[in-house]
Design a binder for this molecule. Sequence first.
Ligand SMILES: O=P(O)(O)OC[C@H]1O[C@](O)(CO)[C@@H](O)[C@@H]1O
Length: 388
Amino acid sequence: MSDTPPVILGDVPGSFPYSVLAERHPAIIQQVRDAFPYDPERHRALDALLASCLKGVVEPLPDAAHDRDRWSAWGLGEHTGRSWFAAPWLWSESYFYRRLLDAVGYFAPGPWQGIDPFRPAKLTELDAPETDAELAALDDLEGRPAPEAATALLHGSLWGNRADLGFRLSAAGADAAGPVPALVADDSDALWPLLTGTGILCLIADNAGRELVPDLLLIAHVLHRRLVERAVLYVKPYPYYVSDATAADVLDALRRLRAAPGAAAAYGRRLWDALGEGRLVLRAPPFAAAPLPFTDLPADLRAEFGAAALTVVKGDLNYRRLVGDRRWPPTTPFADLTAHFPGPVAALRTLKSDVICGLDARTEAALDAAEGDRWRTAGSHALIQVRT
Ligand SMILES: O=P(O)(O)OC[C@H]1O[C@](O)(CO)[C@@H](O)[C@@H]1O
């Protein structure tokens, strides 16, 4: 595309990406420090990461890191020795989480290996009374016509994306939708006809807890109603962006569902059975936590999404990766920016970063008039965009 805007960097003081690197990442380091009684070595490593993020430069991975080659292929050499603020924002954010896990000993043999530094916060959310209320709402769906139940579950999965623990560190209270509808694009009419009963649904998950639970309910629904033959759920291979879902988080969510009263437990049982029968497959590919756009999908994922009836891409970060982390003119067609994707694709996302496409001109003008630039990042608007 000749007028392609530049990739977003984090180097403009006052911009949203800059604030994430300069303020949110230090706040996340503090949150992690407070989450567990780490030993002095871990605290020193967290001190070093904080200093490196704020005033230092990107450093290489330790010699023994299991994924050094992978990160070399993902551009680490190019950014090593340069400021975190000078790299593409997507790249800096991803590498920050990789280094945070190093600092807390997540990958190294020892007592902290495999301990998710974000798990206490994820469990607090999963166990919150709000989750009970959301699960109780499933009882009201019983007996409703299938299309009505399907729409309710789709919207549950969509708005579940607002439940993002990293986002909450800086966007508390971002609730008012103002005079513009909360849903700024809605292609859901094009989504359901793609699920004709014989294909595979791929769902690229985003957050754990109160987003993952409705994602699982949606999957349970399409499997139970035989809208697809099989579903594949893609999660992160390691803790990432504070609340992103890992396989362990899927198991926590399933346990929560199975232990719930009312209709929720039946959804949990169906999902459990579907995993056992191979009708629901869990995947955690390294690329799920790559600092790269989906134009760089590896061959295996390209083939899987190419063979699916539909791939649902959840959340803001995955949206940035899907359409490209660039400040596109908001009326740029979604179909143009996702033409590279190997199969039909639907984005379900609440708006939490500057990236947006596929709006009609009237909606863009109304949003700007009502909220300035704030609608892009406040998390108070959402979209359902589909490319068939
Ligand atoms: O959980 P989500 O919807 O992917 O949102 C994570 C979001 O957090 C931010 O990276 C800021 O840290 C957003 O801009 C990003 O896309």
